[in-house]
Ligand binder design. Structure first.
Ligand code: PA5
Length: 429
């Protein structure tokens, strides 16, 4: 078993409520797996794990490798589910200090004026040897009409044409729906290479399609291991769904008791962006009908010195989900110091990971004693297969939990409200 969820720490907070909530989550789990719940037409993210398309994964892997070898910079254009998964996996599995291959930059997830202008200037700057940077673009938009990435793509494809001329079309890869949307029109007009996002896969469930897999492969990460980590987690869950149904049941019972916020916390700096992906997956799936736990990402120890006070002593409406890693492959050992002026020799001989683990255990204990129900999900180690497992775990958990709430996990009608108001202010025809 590659993932382990310890929810025993929640039991002091849940007594009579738990049994009924777990019954609900077992029903919800069956609905999800038999495609009989709300939004069955959006279940492609499970289908693709049950019937893997190895030829497609190989094609994406080959292109990713080619970009990895040839690019200095890959700009990934997308917003929400169209970029958060790739960012989460790349940040989890490649250190910014030793990352090989292209620099991976993200654009089109906001409309920062200076950000996009500076990005174009940065791409134009020659390399140290005076030569032009080798830049590739991967534009990702399922609808093909979302304003933020569409605007960034307009600027960046113009820059690509100005810089590489006709050859720019070999450096631009588009990922979108099989048909429809402005992006498909551009692809047809320009002849860009295209990958499809199946209609049955929503953005925040799309990281294991070319949406996430291409940028991840371009970063040099083994996408086969990532994908098959998810496949094997699905098999584990089907063999024994109790971990998922207990976890979803606890969350549901806590929500019904009046808890309002789920703090997604990790002491592993590599998992900060993974928290960002989880935040979108959970937030956009469950924030409906005035229900749901507001997911907030906390990066520990950093945030213990900014939000720790609020968690320990603020309004008692928070629960906490820790993501922990059990082992490290390359431990960093604290050395003894002859003078010991800093008084840290009591830590000599221990690994930073051991010390970090004690920080996690101490923080969890203090928060639980302070009245915050907390559970922990342990990964044996941080590698592509375990991250694949974690992705699938949270996708299934989200589906089950949102079914418990009586909502459709796969739509996001509320996101349209800001678009409508913004387009009206912009005078969109
Ligand atoms: O999860 C979702 O479906 C959304 O977050 C979308 O990914 C996001 O709105 C971007 O949409 P699109 O890919 O159509 O540009």
């Amino acid at each position: 078993m590659s993932l382990h969820t310890d929810w025993s720490t929640l039991t002091p907070f849940l007594r009579d409520e738990l049994a009924g909530a777990i019954d609900s989550s077992m029903i919800a789990y069956t609905q999800l797996m038999t495609r009989t719940g709300l939004g069955p037409e959006w279940m492609g993210w499970l289908d693709l794990l049950e019937q893997p398309n190895d030829a497609l994964i190989q094609e994406v892997s080959d292109l990713g490798r080619a970009i990895h070898a040839d690019a200095d910079v890959l700009v990934v254009i997308g917003i929400g589910g169209s970029y958060l998964g790739a960012k989460a996996v790349i940040d989890a599995l490649s250190s910014p200090f030793s990352r090989k291959g292209p620099e991976i930059l993200f654009a089109g997830h906001h409309m920062g004026d200076a950000y996009h202008r500076d990005l174009l200037s940065y791409l134009s700057e020659p390399k140290a040897d005076g030569s032009q940077k080798s830049v590739y673009l991967n534009v990702i938009s399922k609808s093909g009409t979302t304003l933020e990435p569409a605007l960034a793509f307009r600027m960046l494809k113009t820059w690509m044409k100005d810089t590489y001329g006709e050859a720019s079309r070999n450096r631009i890869i588009a990922t979108t729906s099989p048909s429809g949307g402005a992006l498909n029109k551009i692809i047809e007009a320009e002849g860009y290479r295209k990958f499809e996002i199946p209609d049955s896969v929503g953005g925040r469930f799309s990281v294991l399609t070319p949406v996430g897999l291409l940028p991840i492969a371009a970063a040099g990460i083994d996408i086969q291991s990532l994908f098959y980590g998810a496949v094997s987690e699905l098999e584990n869950i089907k063999r024994d769904p109790s971990t998922i149904t207990n976890h979803a049941g606890c969350r549901y019972a806590l929500f019904r008791k009046g808890y309002a916020i789920d703090l997604i916390a990790s002491f592993e700096p590599e998992l900060g962006s993974f928290g960002g992906w989880m935040q979108q997956l959970m937030g956009e799936s469950e924030g409906k009908g005035h229900k749901g736990l507001f997911p907030a990402v906390l990066r520990y120890s950093t945030d213990l010195h900014s939000l720790g006070q609020m968690v320990q002593d603020g309004v008692r409406n928070q629960i906490e989900t820790f993501i922990a890693v059990k082992g490290v492959t390359n431990p960093f050992v604290v050395k003894p110091d002859a003078g010991n002026e800093d008084g840290l020799n009591y830590l000599a001989g221990r690994t930073v990971h051991e010390i970090n683990t004690k920080a996690l255990e101490g923080t969890r204990q203090a928060h639980i004693e302070g009245g915050v129900p907390a559970l922990t999900i342990y990964l044996d180690q941080l590698d592509a297969a375990h991250i694949g497992s974690l992705i699938l775990y949270f996708e299934v958990l989200t589906g089950v939990y949102v079914y418990c709430l009586g909502e459709n996990p796969f739509d996001q009608p509320g996101v349209e409200a800001y678009k409508k108001a913004m387009f009206s202010l912009l005078g969109k025809p």
